[in-house]
Design a protein around this ligand. Structure first.
Ligand code: ATP
Ligand code: MG
Length: 209
């Protein structure tokens, strides 16, 4: 079974995550794409207050409800404690028989892979797929035609030696959960940036204000 894994804090999930997952599903012929909700993302816990994992999971579940092949995964929440990809990959290998695992990461995350814990435990077990993600000040998708950008991609590719890695370009959406949290705080609309059912959860739980 060809399985994609998109891990994240999803605080909140947004259309950038969904477009990445849907395009990976189609381009890589994945039967499933698991959106794995981090329990306590070790990179973020000391930096800001994170929304309780059950609420973040509920938002992801709502968001993928009608999307073929996309599934909310609570493996890291069920495990509890800090969330490490090494444990998650081990869990996926126990759950599915002979899974072919495609680990999906945005460009920003790919640049930080060398800081991840215990990568040697799963590096050989996954295909790493670097999904294009514009920087937040990017205004249009033309940056992907830009030679500067491909230079950056070359640099990134050479930093990923040792991984079975490939690049996937998806429609560019310069949005992030951080940006959306700020929008809520500033009383700006989330319409079309986040599914309506997720917006409802954000407002009813008074998140991010
Ligand atoms: P935050 O601003 O809180 O860090 P985020 O928008 O970066 O939130 P995460 O939950 O950190 O969301 O990201 C989960 C995964 O989705 C990461 O691999 C990230 O690179 C990827 N991702 C997030 N937003 C996009 C986007 N707009 N386009 C492509 N990939 C994205
Ligand atoms: Mg992020």
């Amino acid at each position: 079974m060809r399985i994609g894994i998109l891990g994240g804090t999803f605080d909140p999930i947004h259309i950038g995550h969904l477009i990445a997952a849907i395009n990976a599903r189609d381009e890589l012929n994945l039967e499933k794409v698991l959106l794995v909700v981090a329990n306590q993302p070790w990179q973020k816990v000391t930096v800001r207050q994170i929304t309780p994992s059950e609420i973040r999971f509920a938002m992801v579940k709502e968001a993928v409800q009608s999307l073929q092949g996309l599934e909310a995964c609570d493996l890291e929440i069920a495990r509890g404690g800090l969330s490490y990809t090494a444990d998650t990959i081990a869990g996926i290998k126990r759950t599915y028989s002979e899974p072919e695992i495609y680990l999906l990461v945005g460009t920003d995350v790919a640049k930080e892979l060398s800081t991840w814990e215990r990568v040697e435990e799963f590096r050989n077990d996954v295909h790493l797929v670097v999904v294009s993600r514009p920087t937040e000040d990017a205004q249009d998708s033309d940056q992907f035609m830009d030679p500067i950008r491909s230079l950056e991609e070359d640099e990134l590719a050479s930093s990923l030696l040792g991984w079975k890695a490939s690049f996937l370009t998806v429609p560019a959406l310069a949005i992030s959960s951080s940006h959306l949290r700020h929008r809520v705080k500033a009383n700006k609309s989330l319409d079309f940036l986040v599914p309506q059912s997720v917006i409802d959860i954000i407002y009813s739980n008074k998140l991010y204000c």
